[in-house]
Design a binder for this molecule. Structure first.
Ligand SMILES: O=C(O)CCC(=O)C(=O)O
Ligand SMILES: [Fe+2]
Length: 326
């Protein structure tokens, strides 16, 4: 087995060129220019970095503080909130469970999932389990759901810009994601011992439509560039990283690529530090049929999914099996 990868591993040189951030201030100032810059970054990297995202800082801080307090609880207390066999959709997924698709070693992380709350009797409740909430941390529920809500709204704004870039109506995504099976993931990567097998998060693609990621300024996140080389994603402090997931890649016939990414282990001097990040996986409504957009089919880019329309929920289930969550 090859030695575990670290941020400074000589055997695995990474490029240092940074993705140029796009300021969310452009959203209101010049929407077309904003959409063009964002779309160009997605088309090139599958990723964009957004500065001035406008999310309420106290909302982020409160949710992060609660997540840190939860992960600091004793293992047996935390494990009460693990629901094995349910796809890890809610509550805790303990350290050592999730593995990247096809990976031999498990990821070096634990995480907490929060999903959408729907009223009693709503037809989508069959797809969305009830949230679970730890009683040990006061305010956890309201803070975490506040963060879910804030990211859900921001995600829908970003999708308007993606719709503009793709020359769909600006509101194209609105009724397709408004009750999406989206998930907020509070991630904790503990300090990494020198002899740890595996990496913090093995190379993978995200399953969903787009992912909004806060907290990636602690080094380690890398994307696999079109030439096969790994590129550090080093966002400025506080910036939001956004990437395209497999569902949007499929809908757009790969015009917007779902890029492979991973989180490598820290360099020796940062090994003793934990890493916290908070991806929000924005999903389609469960019954949305993912069918290639006709405008993305050309002689150079024929339909890659002809006759393979799949419901968002079925696609999700297929993929969760592959990452050992069900
Ligand atoms: O922790 C990160 O920076 C990225 C996490 C990630 O890619 C994921 O959970 O899908
Ligand atoms: Fe990811």
């Amino acid at each position: 087995m090859s030695s575990p990868l670290t941020a400074s591993s000589a055997e695995d040189q990474t490029k240092t060129r940074a993705i140029v951030p796009v300021s969310m201030q452009g959203y209101d100032a010049d929407f077309q220019a904003f959409a063009d810059a964002l779309g160009a970054s997605f088309a090139r990297y599958g990723f964009a970095v957004i500065s001035d995202h406008g999310l309420d800082q106290p909302t982020i801080d409160a949710a992060l503080a609660d997540a840190k307090a939860f992960f600091a609880l004793p293992e047996d207390v935390k494990r009460q909130y693990h629901q094995p066999g349910t796809g890890g959709a809610r509550g805790l997924t303990p350290f050592g469970v999730e593995a990247a698709k096809g990976a031999a070693a498990v990821d070096l992380k634990e995480f907490w999932h929060v999903g959408r709350e729907l009223p009693e009797g709503h037809p989508y409740r069959q797809y969305m389990r009830d949230n679970v909430w730890p009683t040990e941390i006061e305010g956890f529920q309201s803070h975490l759901y506040g963060m879910f809500d804030a990211l859900d709204q921001l995600g829908r704004k970003i999708l308007k810009a993606i719709a503009r870039y793709m020359k769909l109506g600006d509101d194209y995504f609105e009724d397709k994601v408004e009750l999406g099976n989206s998930v907020l993931r509070m991630l904790h990567y503990p300090p990494v011992p020198a002899d740890a097998p595996g990496v913090r998060a093995g190379a993978h693609e995200d399953i969903n439509v787009i992912t909004l990621l806060l907290g990636a300024e602690e080094a380690g996140l890398q994307l696999k560039d079109a030439d096969g080389e790994w590129l550090d994603i080093a966002p400025p402090p506080g910036a939001l990283v956004v990437n395209i997931g497999d569902m949007l890649q499929r809908l757009t016939n790969h015009v917007l690529p779902s890029t492979t990414h991973r989180v490598v282990n820290p360099a020796p001097e940062r090994r003793g530090f934990a890493r916290y990040s908070t991806p929000f996986f924005l999903h389609f409504n469960p019954d949305f049929p993912i069918e290639t957009l006709p405008s993305t089919i050309t002689p150079e880019n024929p339909d890659r999914y002809a006759g393979k329309t799949i419901l968002a929920e079925d696609f999700l289930m297929e993929r969760l099996k592959e990452i050992r969550l069900i």
